[in-house]
Design a binder for this molecule. Structure first.
Ligand code: PEP
Length: 251
């Protein structure tokens, strides 16, 4: 059985006061939720603010990015060990906004994934095709390349600390959700690639989240798909009631 994950990516939103307000409401709204792993990914500057607020809750803490070196002359970067020190258990790597605006290549994504996992973090590894790639019928090639390169040199045992997030770029922040069939088809393909690279057991164990305009109104149908194990939620994670409604999709 794969425990579902609902993760909220706050992107570049929420200063400390707003973060405290959101988390205080959220801990209350999801305090009875069982059977779902709940993760929030605030900006770096509020990680330490949020940590004590979720200490006795069922919410885990993620960062939105990290560098692959542990320390050194790398101005402006933050390392996996520093994220652990700030109380993170998870980190998002390879989000399409980082690939698009910050030159994050598959090779950089791979270095970050290896460094994060070896420091003890669990990685939410994002992949997904652009609209042009989908329209050119390249979706599966793009996904295969991103997975092969992103997971390159990772041992089978490392996969326990990896979660894949399938986020079609055309569905992120656009209000356009992939249909349940489109999402299921991509997730089944991704699981197949993991089976090719590792084995059937690893493919059956790894959790694959869907991301792209997930809302309270569409989460239930998405989660009913056999290969969808959760959601990475952007916009709708910025309000406690909508994120809690997504987390509580079973209710
Ligand atoms: C995201 O930021 O990963 C995301 C999926 O955003 P949204 O839910 O707003 O599309």
């Amino acid at each position: 059985m794969r425990t579902p994950i609902i993760a909220g990516n706050w992107k570049l939103f929420k200063k400390s006061g707003e973060a405290v307000e959101l988390v205080s409401q959220l801990t209350h709204l999801v305090r009875d939720t069982k059977g779902v792993e709940i993760i929030i990914a605030p900006v770096f500057t509020v990680l330490s603010t949020v940590k004590p607020l979720i200490a006795n809750s069922n919410i885990k803490l993620a960062a939105q990015n990290c560098f692959w070196e542990e320390e050194g002359a790398f101005t402006g970067e933050i390392s996996p060990g520093m994220l652990m020190d700030a109380g993170c258990t998870h980190v998002i790597i390879g989000h399409s906004e980082r690939r698009q605006y910050f030159g994050e290549t598959d090779d950089k994504v791979n270095r970050k994934i290896k460094a994060a996992i070896s420091s003890g973090l669990t990685v939410l590894f994002c992949i997904g095709e652009t609209l042009a790639e989908r329209e050119a019928n390249c979706t599966f090639n793009v996904l295969r390349t991103q997975i092969e390169q992103g997971l390159s040199e990772l041992a089978k045992s490392d996969l326990a600390k990896a979660v894949i997030a399938y986020e079609p770029v055309w569905a992120i922040g656009t209000g356009k959700t992939a249909t349940d069939d489109q999402a299921q088809e991509a997730h089944a393909f991704i699981r197949g690639v993991v089976a090719d690279l590792y084995d059937h057991t690893s493919a059956e164990s790894i959790r694959i989240l869907y991301g792209g305009s997930v809302k309270p109104e569409n989460v239930k149908e998405l989660m009913a798909q056999p290969d969808i194990d959760g959601a990475l939620v952007g916009g709708a994670s910025l309000k406690a009631d909508s994120f809690a409604a997504i987390v509580n999709y079973l209710v």
